[in-house]
Design a binder for this molecule. Structure first.
Ligand code: PGA
Length: 266
């Protein structure tokens, strides 16, 4: 049993087609067992969702999701994939608004909010990513950016909708760069997000994962902060042994109240 509920989410990005996903699952399953209070989430490329869901079928602690979906269920959107299509092959989750979607593919706050709403209506869990770029951070605009990104969601969701939303705070400057926020940096932004949601009338406690160059060497210290409910991991989730080790180390992290931060139940 983990000390609190923790989610370990693997974002494979454009890695691991069907054969590689199956081979990953086979090895990974020999390295991990279900642990009460611990959720293991995988976001493979869309073509691998079906095979990975099938391979993980016997493990209720493991859920598979899409990296991106369209908000419409069908239509003339060349290259798009809809929520009914990914759920048909086993997806129970979707990433929304990952920084690569926002910055490389021009996804707007409004589109992110529409996708989030569509996921909730369809009954799958959206894992919605927010985070500032290096220029925004250096310009002292971190808070403003996060509040704007959260604001777009608040504009489209009811207070009750938040019960089924999971957020990820991923500072863009920390993604794939080897630089990660310190545990206190991350905890501080998680607090900021919770305060902003509270100010806008969201009563439920929304889980918030941290992401950005998380690896098996830093996961335990990040998860000492009670404000973090788990991690979203790219590069370090790509090998079954490495990912299993990261999960194991993170699961053993002991919560320690950090200077000036309130304890938040997880
Ligand atoms: P990274 O990616 O762990 O490779 O930094 C995280 C993410 O993009 O979700």
């Amino acid at each position: 049993m983990t000390e609190r509920n923790l989610t370990f989410a693997a974002n494979w990005k454009m890695n691991h087609g069907v054969a590689a996903a199956r081979a990953f699952a086979q090895k990974f399953l020999t390295h991990t067992s279900p642990v009460e209070g611990r959720r293991l989430w995988f976001f493979p490329p869309a073509v691998s969702i079906g095979a990975l869901s099938e391979a993980m079928k016997g493990r209720p602690d493991i859920w598979v999701g899409a990296q991106n979906v369209h908000w419409e269920p069908k239509g003339a959107y060349t290259g798009g994939i809809s929520i009914p299509m990914v759920t048909e092959v086993g997806a129970r989750l979707t990433l929304v608004g990952h920084s690569e979607r926002r910055h490389l593919f021009g996804e707007t706050d409004e589109q992110v909010a529409r996708k989030t709403r569509a996921a909730l209506v369809a009954g799958i869990t959206p894992l919605v990513c927010v985070g500032e770029t290096l220029a925004e951070r250096d310009g002292g605009r971190t808070e403003q950016v996060i509040v704007r990104q959260i604001g777009a969601l608040l504009g489209m969701l009811t207070a009750g909708d938040w019960r089924d939303v999971v957020l990820a705070y991923e500072p863009v400057w920390a993604i794939g760069t080897g630089k990660n926020a310190t545990p206190d940096d991350a905890a501080q932004i998680h607090e900021l997000i919770r305060m902003e949601l509270g100010r806008k009338g969201v009563k439920v406690k929304v889980p918030i994962l941290y992401g950005g160059s998380v690896n098996s060497g830093n996961v335990a210290s990040l998860l000492t902060r009670p404000q973090l409910n788990g991690v979203l991991v790219g590069g370090a989730s790509l090998t079954p042994e490495g990912w299993a080790e990261l999960i194991d180390r993170g699961s053993k992290a002991k919560v320690r109240p950090s200077g000036g931060f309130d304890m938040v139940e997880g």
